[in-house]
Design a protein around this ligand. Structure first.
Ligand code: SAM
Length: 282
C-alpha cells in the first residue's frame, strides 16, 4: 500500500518550516491539505489556527488521524481520493472564500492532480506543493530548457505564476524516495478563456507535444484537417519552420486563438507569466 500511494513521510523540521513560511496560513483561514499521511504537516498547520480540511486515501492513516484530531474544531478529515473530491470553496468549506492548498504530494498523482488544480484555480488563494524535482523543473521550464519544456510547462504556466521555494533531498523523508524533490509555490492567474475553451487549449498543446520534434505546421495541418487554407495561413508568421518545443507559452496561446477565430480574444494577452528556469523565490 505504502509504495503504491507514494507514502514518504516528511521528518525534516527545516523543510516543514519552509512550507509553512511559503504558505503563510493565518488563524481561521481555510486550508486544504492533500495526503496528510502521519500528520507532520497537519500538526504544523493546526498550530497556526487555520481551518484544515485534509483528504487522505489510506484507510489506516485516516483512522489514526481521526483518533488524533477528530475532536479538534479546526480539523476535518475527508477519507477518499483527492481526484474525486469536489474542489470548489462552497463544497469544501461551505463558503465562497478562496482557500490555500498545501501538500507533500504522492508523486504518482502529481500530473493528473496539477491539471485538475489548474481547472479549479479560481477557488484557491495559493498553493504550496512538494513535487518530484524533475516534475518541478518541467513545470518551470522555458523553451531554452530543452526536453524539460513541454505541455506540462505550458498548461501550468498558463494557469499559475510559479516559483521555487526550495529543493529537498531524499533524506528529508522516511522512507527516503529514490529521487530529489522540490517545493513550489503557485499563485492562480486570472482565467482568459472559458473553462471549455481552456480545456480545448490544453488538449491542443498536449496533442502537439506528442510530436514535439516534427515541424509544427505539419502537425497542425493533421490536427486541423477541416480548417480552411485562410485559417491555416494565419499561423504561418509565428510557426514558420519551427517545432512546438521552440514556441513560448504565449506563442502557443496565440497560435491556438488564430486557429479558433470563434473564440473571443482574451482580455489581456499577458495571461501567461514569462517562463524561466528553476530559480529561488526572491
Ligand atoms: N503529508 C505527509 C507528510 O508530509 O509526511 C504524507 C505525504 S505522502 C508523500 C503522500 C500521502 O498522500 C500519503 O499519506 C498517501 O496515503 C496519500 N495519498 C495518496 N494518494 C492519494 C489520493 N489519491 N488522495 C488522497 N491522498 C492520497
Amino acid at each position: 500500500m505504502g509504495k503504491k500511494l507514494g507514502q514518504h513521510f516528511l521528518h525534516s523540521t527545516a523543510v516543514l518550516d519552509s512550507i509553512l513560511i511559503a504558505a503563510g496560513p493565518k488563524a481561521g483561514e481555510p486550508v486544504l491539505e492533500i495526503g496528510p499521511g502521519q500528520g507532520a504537516l497537519t500538526e504544523r498547520l493546526l498550530e497556526t489556527g487555520a481551518t484544515i480540511r485534509a483528504v487522505e486515501l489510506d484507510a489506516n492513516l485516516a483512522e489514526a488521524l481521526r483518533k488524533r484530531w477528530g475532536k479538534h474544531e479546526g480539523f476535518q478529515l475527508i477519507e477518499g481520493d483527492v481526484l474525486q473530491l469536489p474542489l470548489t470553496p462552497p463544497e469544501l468549506f461551505g463558503n465562497a472564500a478562496p482557500y490555500a492548498v498545501v501538500a507533500n504530494l504522492p508523486y504518482y498523482l502529481s500530473t493528473p492532480l496539477l491539471f485538475r488544480l489548474a481547472s479549479f484555480r479560481e477557488g484557491f488563494s495559493r498553493l504550496v506543493l512538494m513535487l518530484q524535482l524533475e516534475v518541478a523543473q518541467r513545470i518551470l521550464a522555458s523553451p531554452a530548457e530543452g526536453k524539460a519544456y513541454g505541455s506540462l510547462s505550458i498548461v501550468i504556466q498558463h494557469a499559475f505564476a510559479v516559483s521555487l521555494v526550495r529543493r529537498v533531498p531524499p533524506s528529508a523523508f522516511r522512507p527516503p524516495p529514490k529521487v530529489s524533490s522540490a517545493v513550489l509555490r503557485f499563485t492562480p492567474l486570472q482565467r482568459h478563456l472559458t473553462p471549455e475553451d481552456e480545456r480545448r487549449f490544453f488538449h491542443h498543446v498536449k496533442t502537439l507535444f506528442t510530436r514535439r520534434r516534427k515541424r509544427m505546421f505539419s502537425v497542425l495541418k493533421s490536427m486541423y484537417g477541416a480548417a480552411s487554407e485562410e485559417t491555416m495561413a494565419r499561423v504561418v508568421p509565428i510557426v514558420s519552420e519551427r517545432r512546438a518545443e521552440t514556441l513560448s507559452p504565449e506563442e502557443h496561446l496565440e497560435v491556438f486563438l488564430l486557429l479558433h477565430p470563434e473564440i473571443k480574444e482574451p482580455a489581456s494577452s499577458s495571461a501567461v507569466q514569462q517562463p524561466g528556469g528553476i530559480r529561488p523565490q526572491p
